[in-house]
Ligand binder design. Sequence first.
Ligand code: NDP
Length: 649
Amino acid sequence: MPTPHSTSAASGSTAPQGLPFDPDALRARYRAERERRIRPEGSAQYQRPTGRFGYFDEDPYAEPLPAREPLHDRVDAVVIGGGFGGLLAGARLRQAGLDSIRVIEKGGDFGGTWYWNRYPGIHCDIESHIYLPLLEEVGYVPKWKYAPGEEIRQHARAIARTFDLYRDACFQTRATELRWDEAESEWLVSTDRDDRIRARYVVTASGTLSQTKLPGIPGIETFEGHTFHTSRWDYAYTGGSPDGNLHKLSDKRVALIGTGATAIQCVPHLGAGARELLVFQRTPSSVDVRGNRPTDPGWAASLTPGWQQRRRDNFLTLVTDGRTEEDLVDDGWTSSARLQQKLIPTGSYGDLPPEERERAEEIADFQKMNEIRARVDAVVTDPEAAELLKPWYRYMCKRPTFSDSYLQTFNRPNVTLIDTADSHGVEEITANAVVVGGTAYEVDCIIFGTGFEVGVSGITSGHLPVHGRGGTTLTEAWRNGPRTLHGFYSHGFPNLFQLGPLQNASAVNYVHILDEQAVHVAEVVAEAHRRDARYVEPTAAAEDAWLATIREKAVDLYTFHAECTPGYYNNEGKPGRRRESFADGPVAFHALLRAWRATGGMREVLVDAQQEKSTDRPPVPVPVPPVTAVRDHSDTQTGRSPAPGVPEA
Ligand code: NDP
């Protein structure tokens, strides 16, 4: 359901009468399933792919870059990360008039997530017409309602071409340090190719789910068969392509560990290609109807300027609880949101007491999950497998998924589901087998669909050291927790912008969120140029005011997450206490940014030569628009749950 909230208030005799299900029984079942899965070591159950798994982090798509001369030059802006965040930053800064923009990217090309993930069946589960950014600027209408990964990757490249971002890009390069040069008023960016690049501005957009992780299963390193991670798919071994046809698996017994959003998409192709497929499941995903279809050419021809922003805004409003009658996208995400709205009395939308609202949300959630479970029964013919495939938790406890072929795959005679919930996951891996419940399942190959670390990339994790004014590092400055204005800029770190889910508002269509952020940053930079400002830097007082704004209204999601089945959304069952996002949600946050820009807020962060001497510039009040009952609906990809790598104040 769109907004998870504390559920404890929703217990007892408060459920509406006449429901076709027993809310207490469902609550009890959810609790029991959670207890069955919880592991005391939490996130420490995972490990980085090092040692014999080191190749899991290598780039299978690009030839190693030949040695090149280190760059010792000067650019207007360095953008760290070549995924959609970096592309949007680059495109919007270009629109703002910047000439030399250098994107530094670890991969061999633009695309980010869509560069690395090329597993069979890969699609975006957000509608392509709102997910792919800058469609009107690039002049493209996606071919399908839900675009395949390759189309998305090619669109990322088209954005780079349209905005001339290839010209200065550095691929297969990692930024290793950012150091502010006080004398020159610019950043010195170091890389692992010995580059020393000077830049007036730096924008970091290094993504949230990029570091692959492996389960710490005893014996994992002893396996002698073939292995790879889903985000480094080995087509040389499997044959085929992201479209399927994994013909080289026709004589192989294949294990897939994990049943998250990635597995949901690749399992149908593995089932079709492998001699035998064993799917090792710990927690089933919720799998809703997909209904992918080609884009109607008549509809595409009818689009008028501004159509994409209208469609994205409409989706964002719907899925973050903003009430609107119009549903332009009309899919699984928005229908869940509308179901909830139906249960909240019209007219009292903004004023409903929190407990009543929570009750209505929980009831809608039960209804939705009952539909999801009923669908399993309708599709899966083996009742035992069907039972195992039913998710028993609230809708937003785990990433919702959508597929019209995943559940059906378990009807194939060559596909077996092996439930590992009782042993908290796979028990052991031996030289030739995966062990569960004491049974050793011999396999030729193990594919790890076990996901990614959260919150380890970017400057907040400390993996990219940042030295600001006076050599102070960002981690020192944030030793008591992150301090930003709007989540983007920090005192002591001039002309540095970070895109991402920190101390702002996010949502499931994360690329839309990134675009709003990039537009904002570019407008601030453009204004800095218009005013000939030396720096963009908030005062410490402005940071304090922003922290007070987000903390004052923080929605307490602790109980919700604590009651959820474990996963990376709730730090494996150990959610953090403090929420650091803008509680009124992204629609209100974007309005706030617009109002801030329009009403002189930018004066707050633009520093000219005189102001520079005063370290105590007064903060400009943050104009908070009067928005009621519009709340955040992000998932962890977008920062909803506490990211383990992000320090909490
Ligand atoms: P996830 O982290 O969602 O899934 C990992 C899976 O591995 C889970 O099913 C987990 O079980 C299982 N697992 C972990 N350890 C063990 C173990 N020891 N034994 C058995 N099973 C184990 O990773 P994904 O790659 O599937 O998805 C990551 C994210 O990427 C998604 O949540 C989504 O944000 C994004 N994504 C987006 C898509 C899109 O279309 N936009 C498509 C695909 C992914 P358990 O749940 O019990 O922990």
